[in-house]
Design a protein around this ligand. Structure first.
Ligand code: NAP
Length: 253
């Protein structure tokens, strides 16, 4: 069965590892192309947008795709909406890996805001040292609160103009460990963190470090993200695929 994996996440890389060499599947990983040097993958990879719902539906037909796995990031809502619409239109099953969100634990000092713009508004007031753990596309929004000193950790440097005046960039790719995160927050004398509720373990250490230091976290809420059949891990997605790929007689139908 030909499988299209919509990726750009840890789960998508894990899926690629799980299906590589599995003769039941011929899988391709699709990346949006946001990073210029993505991690190398053990399966075929295509890079770049499809051209909306139309383009994705055309791709599914042209490549005789038998199933799509949406393993995109919890904040990548557009591609998921496109996947739901294109799969419905094409009659192709869609499995969506939905990474459970982090839940506030005792000691966490979270302020939940609905968007990155609202996070900027929440930073109003006296100058602070702010740790930004967000995509590079959103950094320019913080220029509206120029009184702060920002430390932004990114995989790649931002390209757009209009960034906040007092901004230090830290180019790093996760996962990160708790001791290093504690050290970073302390060395940089961070007063407040702005984060997405990414879920998972790869970037959770910063949340643990903030908790240990009693540091406030402005947590940007997840967007509504349409989904197909929901699973919570790459292994579960493969089990679902294996079920769909099995001959009908083995499935009891
Ligand atoms: P988005 O807003 O949901 O999607 C915008 C457009 O990018 C889509 O309409 C699609 O273009 C294209 N696209 C997105 N994911 C794609 C994929 N896997 N393969 C091919 N095209 C894709 O997405 P985003 O928030 O910009 O995220 C882009 C990528 O970065 C995703 O793969 C996501 O998993 C990853 N990522 C995002 C975040 C985040 O915070 N948003 C964090 C970590 C990783 P067309 O309409 O032309 O098909």
């Amino acid at each position: 069965m030909r499988v299209l994996i919509l990726g750009g996440t840890t789960e998508a890389s894990e899926l690629a590892r799980l299906v590589a060499g599995d003769r039941r599947f011929e899988a391709t990983l699709s990346l949006a192309g946001r990073t210029s040097s993505p991690r190398s993958q053990p399966i075929a990879t295509r890079i770049g947008g499809f051209g909306g719902v139309e383009g994705l539906a055309r791709h599914l037909a042209e490549h005789a795709i038998g199933a799509v796995i949406d393993a995109t990031h919890p904040y990548a809502a557009q591609i998921s909406a496109n996947a739901v619409a294109a799969c419905a239109r094409s009659g192709v099953p869609l499995v969506s890996i939905v990474r459970p969100a982090w839940m506030a634990l005792p000691g966490d000092v979270w302020q939940s805001v609905p968007s990155t713009g609202a996070a900027v508004e929440a930073l109003a007031g006296t100058p602070r040292r702010v740790f930004l753990s967000l995509g590079r596309q959103e950094l320019h929004l913080f220029a509206a609160a120029p009184q702060h000193r920002y430390l932004a950790r990114l995989i790649e440097s931002p390209e757009q103009a209009g960034l906040p005046p007092d901004l230090v960039l830290l180019r790093r790719r996760g996962p990160f460990d708790r001791v290093a995160e504690l050290g970073l927050l302390q060395d940089e004398k961070i007063d407040v963190m702005v984060s997405k509720n990414a879920g998972g373990t790869a970037t959770y250490a910063k949340i643990e470090a903030a908790r240990a230091l009693g540091l406030p976290v402005i947590m940007i809420a997840r967007p509504d993200k349409p989904a197909g059949l929901v699973v919570t891990s790459a292994a579960e997605a493969v089990a679902r695929l294996a079920h769909d790929a099995a001959p009908r007689s083995l499935r009891g139908v």
